[in-house]
Structures are given as structure tokens and as C-alpha cells.
Design a protein around this ligand. Structure first.
Ligand code: ADP
Ligand code: MG
Length: 256
């Protein structure tokens, strides 16, 4: 089977003056098949964001080849690359990046406005509402971000990442701004999407969050130093049940 993401000996060197240049990614080769759920880990400065920018077609490698769904991205010009990115990829960020004065459903509609295909207003509504349903927020469609909790805002952002039916979701520290219970909830949404066939690649520095994924990659100094299948994967629903039970027990003890 053709991998959906194929990185071949990717290098990224920032700066063109030998004195100040930074070799941020040093020969990374990775295949990711459709349906995988991958956590990319590594200490600060190890090259995670650099690699994610390349994967997201936001930046180009200095050397090496990147095939996304079989297409050599480096062969595309700027505009084609932007279109291709819009068709194939969904993005989720640590800080949610929702427009503040815009309702949940309008935020979710945004990527369709940038899409090349002409989509009617009613189709956009329908698709946005469907995406909100998938993340369990159809009943919050007309709320502003300020009227939603952090976890709900991140779910809106996930809905937004889904509306162009991407092959791959790229998420950079998607639980970084959330408390641990909300993080589990959001990982549950990702697990559900992954079960439906979406390939997910997420950066995280939290070991327990990586445990919800199926495969863990570790970068060190720009090199891939570990690539392992997760054994005893956490299932969000199960972990959520444990948390609720612990809360109930604590209430019994405290008598309220
Ligand atoms: P991580 O996301 O794992 O913390 P980064 O990919 O942000 O790592 O950074 C990897 C290395 O590249 C670091 O040494 C960082 O200082 C350097 N770096 C990142 N972006 C740039 C840039 N635009 N110009 C120069 N150096 C950069
Ligand atoms: Mg980073």
C-alpha cells in the first residue's frame, strides 16, 4: 500500500551563512500509512515544529523528498501547494485559533471559503453542522468562542479541520492548553476520528497523551531516534470512566 505520508531523507537548514546556520532536521525518513495515529515527540528544540511545518506544506525541506498521498510536494509551486494543502490536510493548533467575534459554525465554515471548489452557502452550513455533530457540539453552533470552554473550543477547531474531508490531520500540541480531564476528552474525539479512517499525526511532549496514539516517534537533535508501536494503548472512554469514578469516590469521602 502506498503510504499517505512519505518522508525521504528530509533535511532542514535554517540560515545560509555557515556561521549561523542551524541544521534543525537531519535526515528524517518516515512512512505513514492510511489509518495510522502517530505521536511525534522530543525535547524542545529537537525539530518537531520544523518537521510539522514541512508536513503541513508550510515550509520546504532544504534536502529530501516529501510525498503526500503520492504527490511530490516539492514539485508544486506556491499556489498549487496551498490548494493541495487545503484538500489533503486539516490543522489543529495548541491555541485553538478561532476567530473571536465569529460563531462556532462560522469558524467551522472558514476552510470552505478558502477552498477552490465553489460551495453554496447552504452546503457550507450543512457540512459545518455535520462536523460540529461529529465533535458533539451541534447544540453550540451559534455560540461565540468566549461562550465555550477550552475543550469545547478545541472541538470546534477539530470540526473546522474536518470540513474539507482531509486525508491527514496535523495537530501541534492540541492538548497543550487543556487540563488533564479535558485532554482525555479531546483525545477521545481524535480516537473516534481515527476509527473512522482519518490519519492523525500529532506533536505532544506529554507521555500519557502519546499513549492514546498507535505509534510513537521520537526526535532528538533533528534525527528520528525511536519509532515504536504503542502497547497497551489508552482508550479515552475507559480513562474517562476511571476519572469520573475517582471524582465520585472523592465526593463520598468529603461527604458532599
Ligand atoms: P521543537 O518544535 O522540537 O521545539 P523546532 O523545530 O522549533 O523544535 O526547532 C529546531 C531547531 O531549529 C532549534 O534549534 C531552533 O532554534 C531552530 N529554529 C527553528 N526555527 C528557526 C528559524 N526560523 N530560523 C532559525 N532557526 C530556527
Ligand atoms: Mg515546537
Amino acid at each position: 500500500m502506498q503510504p499517505v505520508v512519505k518522508l525521504e531523507d528530509i533535511h532542514k537548514i535554517y540560515g545560509n551563512d555557515a556561521e549561523i546556520e542551524v541544521h534543525a532536521v537531519r535526515g528524517v525518513t518516515i512512512d505513514i500509512q492510511k489509518g495510522e495515529f502517530v505521536a511525534l515527540m522530543g525535547a524542545s528544540g529537537s525539530g518537531k515544529s520544523t518537521l510539522m511545518n514541512i508536513l503541513g506544506c508550510l515550509d520546504r525541506p532544504t534536502r529530501g523528498r516529501y510525498l503526500l498521498d503520492g504527490v511530490d510536494v516539492s514539485g508544486l509551486d506556491r499556489n498549487d501547494r496551498a490548494d493541495f494543502r487545503n484538500q489533503k490536510l486539516g490543522f489543529v493548533f495548541q491555541g485553538f485559533n478561532l476567530l473571536a467575534r465569529t460563531t462556532a459554525i462560522e469558524n467551522v465554515e472558514l476552510p470552505m471559503l478558502y477552498s477552490h471548489q465553489r460551495i453554496s452557502a447552504s452546503t457550507m452550513r450543512d457540512r459545518a453542522l455535520k462536523a460540529l455533530e461529529i465533535v458533539g457540539l451541534a447544540n453550540r453552533a451559534d455560540h461565540l468562542p468566549s461562550q465555550l470552554s477550552g475543550g469545547q473550543q478545541q472541538r470546534v477547531a477539530i470540526a473546522r479541520s474536518l470540513v474539507n474531508n482531509p486525508q491527514v490531520l496535523l495537530a501541534d500540541e492540541p492538548t497543550g492548553n487543556l487540563d488533564s480531564k479535558t485532554s482525555v476528552e479531546v483525545m477521545g474525539v481524535f480516537q473516534k476520528l481515527n476509527e473512522q479512517g482519518i490519519t492523525i499525526l500529532m506533536v505532544t511532549h506529554e507521555l500519557d497523551i502519546a499513549q492514546y496514539c498507535k505509534r510513537n516517534l521520537i526526535l532528538r537533535d533533528g534525527k528520528l531516534v525511536s519509532d515504536i508501536a504503542v502497547k497497551d494503548r489508552f482508550i479515552a472512554e475507559v480513562e474517562m470512566g476511571k476519572l469520573k469514578q475517582a471524582e465520585a469516590d472523592a465526593k463520598l469521602v468529603s461527604g458532599n
